[in-house]
Design a protein around this ligand. Sequence first.
Ligand code: ATP
Ligand code: ZN
Length: 303
Amino acid sequence: MSTPSTPKDRLRLAIQKSGRLSTDSLDLLKNCGIKVKAPKEKLLLHSENFPIDILFVRDDDIPRLVMDGVCDLGIVGTNVLEETALERRNNGAVNGYVMERPLDFGGCRLALAIPEERPFKNLRDLEGLRIATSYPHLTGRYLAEQKITAEVVTLSGSVEIAPRLGLADAICDLVSSGSTLEANKLRAVETIFKSTAVLIRNTRDFTAEKTHALEIMLRRIDGVQRAAEAKYIMLHAPKASLDLIKKLLPGSENPTVLPLAGDDTKVALHAVCSEAVFWETMESLKKAGASSILVLPIEKMML
Ligand code: ATP
Ligand code: ZN
């Protein structure tokens, strides 16, 4: 990989230029050891230490850029990805993408919301309503699955004000904390789609160089994501309660047990926990006799 690569040997990855996925997408690359200078006004940046070029675009354009083969890879929310895929399917276009990895950021949900004062018992109450959304295909699919006949009004933004303007009776929009809904006197009544960011690639054949670079990148992404949750735990345990303490460690296999100098009633235990270690777990460990409990972050992990 140290030899200079020609553009056809370099991966091209589309990420969001500015918005909720931008920082996390750039951080992921950074944590994978892929250096890219922060985007200024440039549309395309070349990594100086990895055969990859980054294209900065609006998130809505990412699925199309990948599916049409303009970019090899893209990082985008499944909300936008699935909406585009449905739209293209309806238009008879060939989709052409492979979901390579779910990513641990960009979590949000697409929810149906109605004005606070509107009575709501169940989904049947949506029958015959006008529903404003920027996701007409996802919304339409959900309504069809639920056998609800409603009119879908497509808006490209400011969906949450549509009921107040008399443009719609309900909305279907992205919700994270719910504060935007509250500010607009709306309440979520049903989640129709849960979204996270994903890394996608197109279905075209890659050159051997690109295939190799992608393999390395995926291995690093796996390592970064595994390490994000995982913790290294060290503690002292009475020999008598070792089995109980091992059982309390979340997602750990084969911890290392070491003798403790000057104390044969106790051992030191070191383990990688693949799941988060909460205060409650530490308290249970203490109750089981553990002492000097240290929980350390893991920066990188390769199994
Ligand atoms: P663009 O100018 O790129 O079109 P945008 O206004 O469509 O930006 P953002 O609000 O930045 O988009 O959201 C981009 C994506 O981030 C959404 O499509 C969704 O996948 C994800 N997202 C939305 N809300 C949240 C949230 N609260 N937390 C994390 N991710 C979110
Ligand atoms: Zn967008």
